[in-house]
Design a protein around this ligand. Structure first.
Ligand code: LLP
Length: 437
C-alpha cells in the first residue's frame, strides 16, 4: 500500500496542504476546488466574476475578538482605512470595537453603518475644513490633532469640550518599509517628541477653551513584527506624559501589527504584546509617578489581511526569453502593493494540481511594472480560463484599488457558512461614466 493510499484509512487527508496562516480559517482543498467560508472558489468566480475579492466573515470576527480578548482593559479601535466598508464596520460595532477614520469619506461609511459616534476616532495629518466639520457634526468622540494649524482651526470650529488626542512622533524605528514607517523623526506625521513640538502641542491644546486634551497618540508604522518596538514607544510616550504637567487619561499606541503574506512569516505575537506592553506601561508609570492611562490600539491589517483571498482568471500565457508570463484580468488597479512596497504574494491555481513551474503573474494594465507575483510556482500547463487564488489580500486591497485604465474595481464578496454575498458590488461602466461631463 502506498502512503497516499494509507493516509485516508488513518484519517489523514491527501489533499494538497495550504500554506499555514495565510488563508482564511477553515479554507481547504476539496477535490480539485478551494473552499473558502464553505463556498467553492470556482463557484464564487462563476457567480461573481473575476477579479473578485473574497472575505471570510468568521476569520474577520475571530481576529477582532482575539484583540478584545487579549487586551480586555484596552479600547480596540478598528483601523477603518484597511478595509473601508459599512458592512465590515457593522461587524466591528457588534463586536464592541471602536473605529478610526481618516477623512469625511471614511466617516460617511461609518455613518452609513450606523457606527456609534461615541466610539469613533478621527485621524490624519491633513484634515480639511470639511473633514473637521463632518466629524464635529456627527459628534465623533475624539479627534487626533496633527499640526499647530489644525489645533487652531479645530479650536475655532469646535463646541466646548471636544475631546482631543495629540499625534506624537516618538522617534521609534519599527523596522518596516520606509513608506509605512511612521514613528521615525523628520516626516510628515505628528509632532516630534525629540524637538519639543509634542510638548508645545500639549500647551496649545490646553490653551483652547473649546478643546479638552484626553490623550496622546502614536503610530510607529505598519507591518511591525517586534513587540520591542511598541515597548520602546511606551517608554517614550510615558516620559512625555510625565513632562506634560496635565493628566493624560488615554494612550493610543496605534496599529501596525503584522500579518503573514508568505509561508513561514509569523503572525503578530498578540499575547506577548499584551503582556509586555502592560508590564512596561505599569513600570514606566510607577517610575514617573503618573497614573496609568487607558490603552488604545488600532489594528487594521492583523484583523482583515488573512481573511481575504482574491480570485483572478488567467487571460493569456506568454513565454518570454527567460520567464513565463501568466496574465490575469486584474492587476495593479486591485493590488498596487507589489509596485508600492515590493510586496510579495503566494498564488495558487484553483481546480487542479500538476507539475509546478515558476512563472510571473502579471496584470492587465499598461505598465511593465504591473506585476502581481514574481517567480511563483504554478502547474506547467496553466492556461487561459484557469482561476488563480491569492491569499492575504483582505487589508489595503479594496482600500487602495483604483480604476486605472477605466477597469472597474472588483467586488468584495463575504463568505460565511457556505453562503456568499457581495458587501461591495463590482464597479460598472455606468459608475465610471457617471463622473464625466
Ligand atoms: N492607526 C493609524 C493612525 C494608521 O495610520 C494606521 C495605518 C493604522 C492605525 C492601522 O495600521 P495596520 O494595523 O493596518 O498596519 N497601505 C499600506 C498600509 C498603510 C497603513 C496606514 N496607516 C499597505 O498596504 O501596507
Amino acid at each position: 500500500m502506498t502512503l497516499a493510499e494509507l493516509l485516508p484509512s488513518i484519517g489523514c487527508s491527501t489533499e494538497p496542504v495550504l500554506e499555514e496562516g495565510l488563508w482564511p480559517d477553515g479554507t481547504h482543498v476539496s477535490g480539485s476546488d478551494l473552499v473558502i467560508g464553505g463556498v467553492p472558489a470556482t463557484r464564487l468566480a462563476a457567480q461573481f466574476g473575476t477579479p473578485c475579492q473574497v472575505l471570510d466573515e468568521m476569520t474577520v470576527r475571530r481576529r477582532a475578538q482575539a484583540f478584545t480578548a487579549a487586551l480586555p482593559d484596552a479600547e480596540v479601535v478598528f483601523a477603518g482605512k484597511s478595509l473601508p466598508c459599512p458592512e465590515v464596520y457593522r461587524w466591528m460595532a457588534s463586536l464592541g470595537l471602536s473605529l478610526d477614520v481618516s477623512s469625511a469619506g471614511e466617516l460617511a461609511l461609518a455613518r452609513a453603518a450606523g457606527f456609534p459616534a461615541s466610539r469613533i476616532v478621527l485621524h490624519g495629518n491633513v484634515k480639511t475644513g470639511e473633514d473637521l466639520k463632518a466629524a464635529l457634526e456627527y459628534g465623533v468622540s475624539r479627534i487626533v490633532v496633527d499640526s499647530f494649524d489644525e489645533i487652531a482651526q479645530l479650536g475655532a470650529l469646535a463646541r466646548h469640550g471636544q475631546h482631543v488626542m495629540i499625534r506624537v512622533t516618538p522617534g521609534v524605528d519599527a523596522h518596516t518599509h520606509a513608506a509605512i514607517a511612521t514613528g521615525v523623526e523628520d516626516q510628515k506625521f505628528g509632532f516630534s517628541l525629540a524637538s519639543g513640538a509634542a510638548l508645545e502641542a500639549v500647551l496649545r491644546v490646553v490653551e483652547q477653551p473649546s478643546l479638552r486634551l484626553v490623550g496622546l497618540h502614536c503610530h510607529i508604522g505598519s507591518q511591525v513584527r517586534h513587540v520591542a518596538s511598541y515597548e520602546e514607544a511606551v517608554r517614550r510616550m510615558v516620559g512625555l506624559i510625565a513632562s506634560c504637567g496635565v493628566r493624560i487619561e488615554q494612550l493610543d499606541l496605534g496599529g501596525g501589527f503584522c500579518a503573514p503574506y508568505l509561508p513561514g512569516e509569523p503572525s503578530f505575537d498578540l499575547f506577548g504584546f499584551a503582556q509586555r506592553v502592560r508590564g512596561t506601561l505599569n513600570y514606566e508609570c510607577r517610575l514617573h509617578r503618573v497614573p496609568v492611562p487607558r490603552v488604545l490600539v488600532e489594528p487594521g491589517r492583523a484583523i482583515v489581511a488573512n481573511a481575504g483571498v482574491t480570485l483572478y482568471r488567467v487571460c493569456a500565457v506568454k513565454r518570454g526569453v527567460s520567464r513565463t508570463f501568466v496574465a490575469v484580468d486584474g492587476g495593479m488597479s486591485d493590488n498596487p502593493r507589489p509596485a508600492l512596497y515590493g510586496a510579495q504574494y503566494v498564488v495558487r491555481l484553483v481546480g487542479r494540481g500538476g507539475k509546478l513551474h515558476p512563472v510571473t503573474v502579471v496584470g492587465r494594465h499598461c505598465e511593465a511594472g504591473d506585476v502581481l507575483a514574481e517567480n511563483v510556482p504554478l502547474p506547467a500547463d496553466v492556461h487561459a480560463g484557469d482561476v488563480l487564488a491569492v491569499p492575504a489580500t483582505g487589508a489595503y486591497h479594496h482600500a487602495l484599488a483604483s480604476n486605472y485604465n477605466q477597469v472597474g474595481r472588483p467586488p468584495v464578496v463575504a463568505v460565511a457558512d457556505g453562503t456568499a454575498r457581495p458587501i461591495v458590488r463590482r464597479e460598472t461602466e455606468e459608475d465610471l461614466l457617471r463622473r464625466y461631463a
